[in-house]
Design a protein around this ligand. Structure first.
Ligand SMILES: Cc1cc2nc3c(=O)[nH]c(=O)nc-3n(C[C@H](O)[C@H](O)[C@H](O)COP(=O)(O)OP(=O)(O)OC[C@H]3O[C@@H](n4cnc5c(N)ncnc54)[C@H](O)[C@@H]3O)c2cc1C
Length: 511
């Protein structure tokens, strides 16, 4: 399985079944955009109801964050219920809990119905405090958990060797293998005759004669009655652009000296940003997965430092044999701590649906979002629709309903044959490194590959014209504003952009 970063995640080690070659289907009742957990959950439910459905995926199944997650399944969310109660009130907070239980139940039902072997393991969760301030905060969280209806208990022991002064345990969490589950959904969906088209970036969706017209990057046109955006963040510039913000989180997988030290439960500390732990099985052996170091995308000088800090943190707790994986990935925080799921706001019709802003709980909210969008298509209503409505009120920003930007791939031509000599800082650029450098008053993004070949991009993001930043761990150009990401050569990795970076064309001049 491929992913949107250069580091391999442990979840990529799965075989994706060969997708059936079916006759071209240019019209479907529903086009689902994106083949992560959200898209496949929605598409399977729609197909089960007998709807014709095509998934259009820009890259390959699991390419997005579903292939780079940590796969805790929680009813106790990363955003504490203290915050949810404060922002949305106790009744809505209780509904949120109910909806997370529903999401875990959907996953369990799919596993049973389609016999998906994905290491689903129910377990409890632990949260622990290491100082007085954290203890005070954790006691408030415990109180909020009890108010919403989660039974939790104070405990004298936790399953990891961390120093703590106060800890709680809560039931009804779970963990699983996200891409084995995703592959199970792919199989179930395609066995039912559902189509998936990989390598198909959706660039534009327009109303057309009572239906929708969908244009892809290779100028193909599809038509549908409904479009479901399961793209993690919806493409283009629209209301959601201003209501969700991109974050990056870092994960390592360790072989411990003693396998039996791998915890059964899911565990969280109270640091800021916090760390998360779970066990993951591979080839009959248990490994410790630890994550954290979260920060706003492209707001960190040196991403590699996060791996070093994570390693130092884990070495303080455990005697380790070796690190087997490390990777980082991106998620989207919502402005008011809850995801946005439902009809696309600002449209006169109810034919486009979206689901985004999951924070670090997108396997839960992606499952819920997929199921809710399918329900809305099938029945025009669904449980929880008011709580998660994308049109709910809150601070609004200017909306530019602009799905398609100027997506030509025009290049900057450099006539000057001494172009590269004039790029300031180029001499210091190491192999495998990228940097924004300067050339006669312009900014230029340069990447030097392992063989010394140079790639030069215009660092202006094709989404909302912010300046991208080099991510030195995943080797990508990341946009600090809305999280669009590009490969070293400028090709598009992650939306909300729908176009690659523009290139500087200099090769012809430096022979
Ligand atoms: C490090 C990390 C750890 C996490 N841990 C957890 C956890 O423990 N538990 C949990 O519940 N959540 C967790 N999350 C969050 C969760 O993994 C994600 O929110 C979830 O996987 C998102 O799924 P998705 O299907 O919505 O999006 P993705 O998996 O990102 O899929 C979106 C797909 O849409 C495609 N796409 C995008 N734009 C277009 C377009 N224009 N045309 C066609 N295709 C397009 C992409 O190529 C991609 O394949 C974590 C996130 C991170 C970063």
């Amino acid at each position: 399985m491929q992913r949107d970063g250069i580091n391999n995640s442990i979840w990529q080690e799965v075989d994706v079944p060969k997708l059936p070659v079916l006759p071209d289907q240019e019209h479907a009742e529903i086009v689902v955009v994106g083949a992560g957990i959200t898209g496949l959950t929605a598409a399977l439910k729609l197909r089960e109801a007998g709807k014709t459905c095509v998934i259009l995926e820009a890259n390959t199944v699991g390419f997005g964050t579903t292939g780079g997650t940590s796969a805790h399944l929680n009813t106790v969310l990363d955003t504490p219920y203290t915050d949810i109660i404060e922002q949305h009130g106790i009744e809505k907070a209780r509904t949120v809990l109910k909806s997370t239980r529903e999401a875990i139940s959907i996953i369990q039902k799919n596993i049973t119905r389609y016999k998906i072997d994905c290491d689903f393991t129910p377990c409890s969760g632990f949260m622990y405090a290491e100082n007085d301030e954290e203890e005070k905060e954790l006691k408030k969280i415990k109180n909020a958990l009890e108010q919403v209806g989660i039974v939790c208990s104070e405990v004298a022991k936790i399953p990891i060797p961390a120093p703590f002064i106060y800890a709680i345990e809560f039931p009804e969490q779970a963990r699983f293998h996200p891409t084995k589950y995703l592959v199970g959904l792919v199989k179930a969906y395609t066995d039912l005759g559902g189509q998936i088209r990989e390598g198909t970036l959706v660039q534009q969706v327009k109303e057309d004669d009572g239906g929708l017209r969908i244009k892809t990057v290779d100028d193909r046109i599809f038509s549908a009655d409904f479009v479901v955006y399961a793209t993690h963040t919806p493409p283009g510039i629209q209301l959601m652009t201003f209501r969700v913000a991109p974050y990056r989180s870092y994960i390592q997988v360790w072989e411990l000296e003693r396998q039996k030290d791998c915890p059964e439960a899911l565990i969280y500390d109270m640091q800021e940003p916090f760390h998360y732990f779970r066990t993951v099985e591979q080839d009959g052996k248990s490994y410790l997965l630890v994550g954290g170091q979260d920060h706003k995308t492209a707001h960190h000088d040196n991403e590699k430092k996060n791996f070093r800090e994570l390693e130092a943190y884990i070495r303080r707790l455990y005697t380790v044999n070796k690190k087997t994986y490390e990777w980082s990935s991106q998620y989207y925080e919502s402005q008011d701590s809850l995801p946005f799921i439902g009809y696309y706001p600002g449209k006169k019709h109810h034919r486009e649906l979206l689901s985004t802003g999951y924070g670090g709980n997108g396997l839960i909210f992606g499952t819920l979002g997929g199921a809710m969008m399918a329900e809305l298509v099938l029945h025009g209503k669904t449980a929880f629709q008011d709580v998660y409505s994308p049109s709910r009120t809150g601070p609004l920003s200017t909306i530019r309903d602009l799905l398609v930007e100027n997506y030509d791939v025009a290049k900057h031509f450099v006539k000057d044959r001494f172009f590269l000599e004039k790029v300031e800082g180029l001499a210091e650029l190491g192999r495998g490194e990228g940097k924004i450098l300067h050339y006669e008053g312009d900014r230029i993004g340069i990447f030097k590959d392992e063989k010394g070949k140079l790639f030069a991009v215009d660092p202006v993001c094709r989404h909302a014209a912010c300046i991208v930043k080099w991510n030195n761990t995943e080797r990508s150009w990341d946009c600090p504003c809305h999280g669009a990401r590009y490969a070293p050569n400028g090709s598009l990795l992650t939306g909300p952009s729908v176009a690659p970076l523009k290139l500087w064309d200099f090769e012809t001049t430096i022979q």
